[in-house]
Design a binder for this molecule. Structure first.
Ligand SMILES: Nc1ncnc2c1ncn2[C@@H]1O[C@H](COP(=O)(O)OP(=O)(O)OP(=O)(O)O)[C@@H](O)[C@H]1O
Ligand SMILES: Nc1ccn([C@H]2C[C@H](O)[C@@H](COP(=O)(O)O)O2)c(=O)n1
Length: 425
């Protein structure tokens, strides 16, 4: 029997549940499920669905720009509307192992049914752009069911069906990894440009970004001096090293995103991932045009480039543990075919303790993601592991814990060994 899948309850939870629906009612999400739940699996149901009332909410509009904005808005409405005692989890439905089948949403647990929560629910139910379901005990002991809700008279909710909920084995690929390509990471210019163009009617800053991008491109390709990219988590010593390398190699120092996009960076840092990632992706293409021009006359050192955009994008979108990342060799770690490829990419690594010591020593402003990185060792591990899995070019890992002078010497040796452009350095 085919069933719609509701999965991935909670940021770190690997529990996957299937909703037993009639394929004719909902032809979108299917999974083949053979085994009924065992007695041992029942407590998980009780723990998840059995605390007061539970609801799931998903934005169901076709347009991806509206969907991303509404999803963000929904999160705020749920957190403020249901109050502090209620838990709001990230949730998603998906087709196991099917790329781009993921529909993100929220699972809200522990709703007590006060006038305030009833009012929030009633308001959300009025929106024809949301799919709202509740979870109720089934006929047999320990059984749970999903009821899709629709608005009824006086703001009340009415069930529009009832489907059994059963636990199913976790799919081979973590569902959050199904939503990376063209949502969290862009693999060509056109895809990122399209997102920026599509959102320009709601985010006016996008028009300015597009103007800058279109002014800078296309890039020139010439015989060129080597291009060396320095990557790593924040405070691993990239700025310190790139400035020294510039001196030592008599090179030009560039960064991505480039300074010409700086006026709009804070705006996009505060936007949902779709827009944030498109911004950084386009920044790489503008930097590529600058690399192309500058490398005609001197070696170019680049402080962050595409590997940063991809590693942060993947590390943010994949929930839970490092093991949930797509495996080594996955297409998500591939270099975009239309982006200027550097000759060498170095990944600076330091221990978490040393990194924190450096951050504290430095002070200054941090992006939302950097604050999250600092707070969340798990997230940091995922970003670093994603860097390590990048391919063609892969990152050459450098231990950046020694003194700045020692790191520079070590890196100069790696460059001598790896960059085979005779007489250019
Ligand atoms: N090898 C080193 N040993 C000790 N301290 C270092 C070393 N390299 C850099 N630092 C210090 O660590 C702090 C962070 O370094 P830096 O700004 O170069 O890192 P970064 O990777 O560019 O950070 P971000 O990505 O956040 O801009 C600075 O205060 C810097 O002086
Ligand atoms: N090419 C780039 C550069 C940066 N980012 C994102 C990833 C982090 O959120 C943040 C870190 O940048 P920093 O503060 O060190 O300048 O910017 C990216 O996605 N792509």
């Amino acid at each position: 029997m085919s069933r719609r899948v509701l999965g991935c309850l909670g940021q770190c939870s690997s529990r996957v549940f299937a909703i037993e629906t009639d394929p004719k009612v909902d032809p979108v999400y299917f999974s083949l499920i053979k085994n009924p739940p065992t007695d041992a699996e029942m407590p998980a149901f009780q723990e998840i669905f059995g605390r007061e009332k539970s609801y799931s909410f998903q934005v169901c509009v076709e347009d991806r720009i509206q969907r991303a904005l509404l999803h963000d808005d929904l999160r705020h409405q749920l957190i403020s509307g249901f109050g502090g005692d209620v838990k709001v989890f990230e949730m998603s439905s998906f087709r196991p192992n099917a790329q781009n089948s993921l529909v993100k949403g929220f699972f809200v647990n522990g709703v007590c049914g006060t006038p305030e929560t009833d009012q929030t629910l009633s308001k959300l139910l009025q929106s024809n752009r949301l799919a709202v379901c509740t979870y109720v005990p089934g006929d047999a002991v320990g059984r749970w069911c999903q009821e899709p809700l629709r608005p009824a008279k006086d703001g009340a909710a009415a069930a529009a069906g009832r489907y059994g909920v059963v636990p199913v084995p976790s799919p081979d690929h973590h569902p959050s990894a199904l939503d990376i390509i063209n949502s969290s990471v862009f693999y060509n210019f056109i895809e990122a440009h399209n997102v920026m163009a599509e959102c320009a009617h709601v985010i006016t800053e996008a028009k300015h970004v597009l103007q800058r991008v279109d002014q800078t491109l296309p890039m020139r390709t010439t015989d060129r001096f080597p291009v060396i990219v320095i990557e790593g988590l924040d405070a691993t010593g990239k700025t310190t090293l790139t400035e020294s390398l510039k001196q030592s190699l008599g090179g030009v120092l560039l960064r991505s995103p480039p300074p010409c996009l700086s006026p709009w960076r804070a705006c996009f840092d505060a936007k949902p991932a779709l827009f944030r990632r498109a911004f950084y992706a386009l920044g790489n293409y503008v930097t590529a045009a600058h690399i192309s021009a500058e490398s005609a006359r001197a070696p170019v050192i680049v402080d962050r480039y595409w590997h940063s955009t991809a590693a942060y994008g993947i590390g943010t979108s994949v929930s839970g543990k490092v093991g949930n990342l797509p495996p080594r060799g996955s297409e998500v770690y591939r270099w975009p075919g239309d982006l200027l490829r550097p000759d060498l990419v170095l990944l600076l690594t330091v221990s978490p303790e040393e990194r924190l010591r450096r951050i504290r020593g430095r002070g200054g402003e941090k992006t939302r993601e950097e604050v999250e990185l600092e707070a969340n060792q798990l997230f940091r591990s995922k970003v670093e592991e994603a860097y390590r899995r990048m391919e063609d070019p892969a990152c050459v890992v450098v231990d950046a814990s020694p003194s700045a002078a020692e790191v520079l010497q070590q890196v100069l040796l790696v460059i001598k060994e790896k960059v085979h452009v005779q007489g250019s350095l």
